[in-house]
Write a protein that binds this ligand. Sequence first.
Ligand code: PGA
Length: 258
Amino acid sequence: MISVLAGNWKMYGSKEDLNVWFEDFFRNAVEFEKNNLVEEVPTIMICVPSIYVEYAMQLANEYNSKTNKLKVFIGGQDCHYEDKGAFTGNISPLFFNEFGCKYVITGHSERRQYESETDEIVSKKSINAIKNFLTPLVCIGESLEIRESKQHLEFIKEQVIKSLKGVDLENAIIAYEPVWAIGTGKVPSLEDIEEMNSHIKAVVLEEFGIKNIKVLYGGSVKSSNINGISQLKSVDGVLVGGASLKGEEFFNIFRNSL
Ligand code: PGA
């Protein structure tokens, strides 16, 4: 069973979309709890655009009171490596703190690609997130070119070492997201996901001496392919983009992961 189910809304959504999402997700969640003995559930979260964090937290507090076990947490999509300063347009982890938000994505490939974030910046951001009581979901992943040239294991090793340098790994989660699988509908074979996720765990153990790091898989996950992915031994959870935008589909990902 997966222990983390995280959604990444990217630059999508609106207040109305959030209203509909919570209604749909929790209609299904309440029904599910009525008909099933629910013992263990994953940590379920959606990482929404920062401007909607406050509103999403309000909805989460309201809707979470309707269920016993199935709760939704809210996360951010990026935070700065400083707490405050002259950084126009950036988001301090302190802002998330103020609303009781507990998770933040760092190092997503779209930020690495379009905002020129380096491994060093990703590590600084992740360190600052943890200092401010947020759990970072630190993203790593190779391009298609690297995969095709069979350099992916070596590339990811280096990305893990550099992006996690100085990060307190007891309080971080890694998300392996091959860039070529994001938003493309292409998913690596189950063997390839298992190979990479266990490789990442081995690198973390060898380099940092940490055994129980959680490693998620992300890239074109949906309700129709979660089942195989969620059964993999080294997959502790999933980070879902497009398919997290609809409450019912996201709920179905949870259901089909069981
Ligand atoms: P996708 O995105 O599920 O739409 O492929 C995943 C992500 O970018 O986190």
